[in-house]
Design a protein around this ligand. Structure first.
Ligand SMILES: Cc1cc2nc3c(=O)[nH]c(=O)nc-3n(C[C@H](O)[C@H](O)[C@H](O)COP(=O)(O)OP(=O)(O)OC[C@H]3O[C@@H](n4cnc5c(N)ncnc54)[C@H](O)[C@@H]3O)c2cc1C
Length: 385
């Protein structure tokens, strides 16, 4: 029997119908191509345009900007179905759940009308570039510099580990606009950079432990000139505060993917342990298997209940920074432990990449690191205590 969990309270019939559509898209357009994408270290560009055609991009952006007019619940359903389809290559959560929302919240009205429809159709792929070779957790330590020169900003610097980096057409870049150390958080701004701009260059597509089909890349900015109107917000120095406002959603969507990933792994393990035999009986008959699966099912049920609570709070605009940090910390740590236990029950087959549980194990490792590490989540939570 697969896991039986209560229906998430935020679901509706309309979301059930949407889930059917999202599931069929993921099964048809994502699952069959995994091996080729891993080899190419990137997905096919047509996935973005096909997703745009069926309305899967910018789901929670208002229709007047070309989006789907939905909510974070629609985003959640898409990421759950993507995780259950076994795909970790399509960087749609960064595009939909992060980049589009920075523009929606902080870009000037005419820029929103210019940029968001391109992201919604899949003509443009979006990325967000905060991390640098010298700094990740300590965001205030970034060195990428943006200097105002007349009606333009001139950007110089380097970013690394950028999701969608190799294919992105449009990058939201965290820059220092005031390098004075006393400026602290007020020295940072977010600036939108179309990648067709002169001076923008991509480096290597990075060779990762998991998520191997995702085009995580280095980016370089050498005297990149963009209009001053590409600054997000109506003045310089708001970048750090904008990041703090948007990071809860980024962390919640990592939690969504983590819970869906662990649910899928437990279901696969239940099925496998009923089929595989050792010592003349199915693995599922051993007490160790029963206890391991009982613990895993409990971890999933508790994670799902807390995640659902956080999703409901976020849908009401009430999820705070600490709550999102708790959701990310709890679900990513549990997902890593649960999927590792699942691998153990698969035996040697759990270490073979042709088994989805092996890929899920490698893919899930990053969840404790990106979007803020578990240690940074604990630091954030502890500030409220
Ligand atoms: C696959 C992948 C995709 C990514 N996608 C993006 C992206 O799209 N955009 C982007 O900007 N970034 C992205 N990142 C970067 C990611 O967010 C950073 O790697 C992460 O924030 C950690 O930063 P770091 O790697 O510099 O580690 P560091 O900050 O150097 O941390 C190293 C260790 O020190 C610990 N540590 C640091 N500070 C403290 C502290 N104050 N207290 C206790 N412990 C501490 C950390 O927890 C960690 O264990 C991605 C990374 C990967 C691997």
């Amino acid at each position: 029997m697969p896991l039986q969990l209560p229906r998430s309270p935020w679901l509706t019939e309309e979301l059930d119908d949407f889930r059917e559509m999202a599931r069929s898209f993921c099964q048809k357009e994502l699952t069959p191509h995994q091996d080729r994408w891993i080899e190419n270290k990137q997905i096919d560009r047509e996935v973005w345009t096909k997703a745009g055609e069926v309305g899967l991009l910018c789901l929670s952006v208002p229709e007047e900007y070309g989006g789907g007019g939905g909510t974070f619940a629609h985003e959640t359903v898409l990421y759950e179905e993507q995780a259950r389809s076994g795909d970790s290559a399509w960087g749609v959560s960064v595009h939909n759940g992060i980049v589009a929302h920075y523009l929606l919240a902080y870009a000037a009205e005419e820029k929103k009308r210019e940029w968001l429809p391109k992201l919604a159709s899949g003509e443009w792929i979006g990325a967000i570039a905060m991390t640098e070779p010298g700094t990740g957790s300590d965001l205030q330590g970034i060195k990428t510099r943006a200097v105002r020169d007349g009606d333009e900003y001139v950007i110089n610097g380097a970013k690394t580990f950028i999701t969608n980096g190799a294919m992105a057409d449009f990058v939201v870049v965290a820059c220092k606009t005031d390098p004075d150390p006393d400026a602290g958080a007020k020295g940072m701004s977010l600036i939108a950079v179309p990648t067709s701009t002169a001076g923008f260059r991509r480096g290597r597509v990075l060779d990762k432990v998991g998520m191997k089909g995702q085009d995580t890349a280095e980016l370089f900015f050498d005297d990149v000139r963009v209009p001053a109107a590409n600054l997000l917000g109506d003045q310089e120095g708001l970048g750090f505060f904008q990041l703090m406002q948007q990071l809860p959603q980024e962390r919640l969507l990592i939690a969504v993917t983590s819970v869906a990933g662990m649910e899928a792994a437990v279901d696969q393990t239940i099925a496998y342990t009923h089929e595989r035999e050792a010592f003349g009986r199915p693995l599922s008959k051993f007490q160790n298997t029963k206890f391991t699966l009982a613990e895993a099912a409990t971890e999933v049920a508790v994670s799902r209940a807390f995640l659902d609570q956080c999703i409901e709070r976020h849908l009401k605009g009430e999820l705070d920074v600490q709550g999102a940090a708790m959701a990310k910390l709890w679900t990513t740590e549990r997902a890593n432990r649960v999927i590792d236990d699942c691998v153990q029950l698969f035996g040697g087959y759990g270490y073979m990449m042709e088994y989805p549980v092996a890929r899920a194990w490698a893919d899930m490792r990053i969840s404790r690191i990106f979007g803020g590490t578990s240690e940074i989540m604990k630091d954030i939570i502890s500030r409220s205590l």
